[in-house]
Structures are given as C-alpha cells and as structure tokens.
Design a protein around this ligand. Sequence first.
Ligand code: RNT
Ligand code: ZN
Length: 425
Amino acid sequence: MFQTRTREAIETQYQAAKAGYAALGVDTDAALDTLAATPISLHCWQGDDVRGFEVHEEAVGGGGIMATGNYPGPALTPAQLRADAEKAFSLIPGALRFNLHAIYAETGGKAVERDRLGPEHFQAWMAWSTSRGICLDFNPTFFAHPLANDGYTLSHPDPDVRAFWVRHAIACRRIAEAMGRNQKGPCYLNHWIPDGAKDQPIDRWSPRRHLLESLDAMMAADVDTAYCRDAVESKLFGIGSEDYVVGSHEFYLAYVMTHDPMLCLDMGHFHPTETIHDKISSVLTFQKELLLHVSRGIRWDSDHVVILNDDIRCLFQQIVRGKALERTHVALDFFDASINRIGAWVVGTRAAQKGILLALLEPTDLLADLESSGRAAAKLALLEELKTFPAGAVWDMFCLQQDVPVGTAWIDAMQDYDRDVIRRR
Ligand code: RNT
Ligand code: ZN
C-alpha cells in the first residue's frame, strides 16, 4: 500500500537536513547516537488489554483498570504475547526494554497466589529477554484480584489484607532483583495501587497512614536495590475512585523526598488539562532519578495511545534541556483494545522517540543565548521556524540505521501481520 524510498533518497534528504541543523550549531549525528542509547520500556499490557495469564480459582473483579474495545486477536498465551512483542520490536528503532506485570507469571497451569510468586515463574520471560538482548522491567499487580475488590489494597483498613499485599510487593521486589541479576543491570519496579473512593470518604487520613506503613514494610525487605529499582506512581483519580485516591501526587512526592524509591510520573494521572513537563525540573532538582509513564490522557481516560503532541514535545524538551535524559527512565503506559495492538505499540513508541529526537535537535544554547541577551522576539521566531525544520529526514535516517522500516513502510508490515496472524487466532 505504501511506497518505500530508496536508501539513496533517504541519505540525500538526511544530508540536506544535517546541513540545515548544523547551521544552527546542532549535530544531527550526535542526536542520533543519543537517541539510539536511550532505551524505551515497552509495556507488555498493550498486547492483551491488561489480562495477564493468571490461573484463577475464583472470579476476579476489575479494580481500577479498564481497557475498552473489541479488536480481534489479543495475545492470550505467553507465546502469542512474545511473538506480538517481537513483531513490534521489528518495527521500532532504537533500544528497547520490556515491562512485565506480576499477572504475566507463567505458573504451568496451576493457581499461584500473588504473595507466592517467585523468580521461577518468570524464567521463560528472563530466558526470552536474554535471547533478545533486552532488559526487563516489572510491576506488582495490585488490581484484578478478590482482595482488591473493596477498592483498597496496601491502604486497606484490615491489617490482614494489607499484609497480603505487602507480601506480594516483596515477592515482586525479589523477582525484580532476579531479573536485574539476570540482565546484569537494574530492573525498574513500579508500584501503582488503585486505592481510593468514589465519593467523599469521611476518613481521608487513615488510608494514607496505612499506605505509609505498608510501603515502609515492603521497602524494608532484604532486596538488592542495585538490581531492584523501586518507583511509586501517583494518580489524581480513577474509574470508581473519582473523589479520593490514597496515593496522590503530594503523598508520593513527600514519600520519595524522605525514602529511597524514585517517583513515577504518569502523564495521564493529573487534572485533565494538567501537564507534567513543568514538574521535571522541580522533581529532579531534589531527586537523583525519575521514572516516566509516557501516556496520553483524554477526558476521563489516562491511557490513550501516545502521539507526537505538544505534551510529548514539551516533556522531552525539559528533560533534554536539563541534561537529564540519563536520570530519566522512559516507560510507556497506554492500552487501546479498539485497534490493532501491535499498531498501538508501534505508533506510541515511535511517537515517544520522535519527541526525544525533536528535543535533541533543538539548538538549545542558541535559544538560551537569545533569551539571556533580551532578544525575546528572535527566540520566539526561532522556536516557530524550528517546527518546520526537516526533523522527519533525521528520523528516517534513524530508522534506516537501526534497520527497521522507514516512514510509512511499517504500516504495511503491521497490516500483513494483522491479516496473516492476528485475524487467524
Ligand atoms: C494505572 C497506572 C499503572 C497501570 C499499569 C498497568 O492508572 O497508570 O501504571 O497502567 O501498571
Ligand atoms: Zn502508569
């Protein structure tokens, strides 16, 4: 359906773009090297609408997470999910990681409670990641479980329920540690809980006190934090927790200021018009590192497929301008069950990477110079002119260098797989 361009045409266009950026003092080759060295953590849950492979003995509730849409062919087995992820990898340039949730354990058809999970249930994932040369990241699953049906987990009023979830978190910290050892580097473990209330809880205090106690108990476990790098993720509201979320931004910001884990900022977890780019310089003035959940909030949904919008551009501008790319861990978090799921993965990942590239192609020193010398109109003019600079030719060169389809060509590969694999499931 789409024409592919020749290598010569792509290279010629790149050379012209390179000269245009060089005239502003921007080294496009260096930008491509930095982009290639910036890993993006691809979230497994886009592949199966956050279902997982857990074997249940009793019915589970939803618990704060919902994927909408009925597109055919979600991955229903580990083999299908790995095959689909590999298809996505083949269409995405640059370095990737793969982000698993506890519900993706492989337990050989047996029901294993979440507080009993161990590294042995992730052996196949680890072997696969080693063979693919990618690192794994991990998440405890504090939702879709009978003990999450009250809407509270780590902050539940019942100490036994809290203890169960603390044991789950510790089990996951040990799994992340094992993944880290296996990949000889950190595994980022993100803790997100759905805890909250639909309408005006009288007591907004006790759940937060309980959450603090639970977090402290989890983090006290003997786990090597060189391998298991914990993060805590805040949220303003969710479906069924519109009025109150225990793990709010203020709660976790205060927690990371006084404890070891890092903060996770999810782009869809704030007021519907609130963006996160202006939080980066505040958080990283005090914190060593930061985890991002790159996503797209739209109205009540926090997890639409990422596209190259101003939120993404401004986010990576702040990170690159602050020279904070190495201190920021970029993970994706969106799920759309209404379109081809591999297409969703690839669109979102390529959009995030384009956002990083645009920031790397900015003549930041020149802009800062115009600003500090009082030439504000020239600064504004340059920012506007940059919007139509040939960044696309640099992006195409990146795809060529990384040996993935250039430009629209990947859309054909995705549609072929849709026809030949997804719709035959
Ligand atoms: C939910 C959070 C969380 C989840 C994943 C599946 O609102 O964003 O990060 O999306 O853990
Ligand atoms: Zn998230």
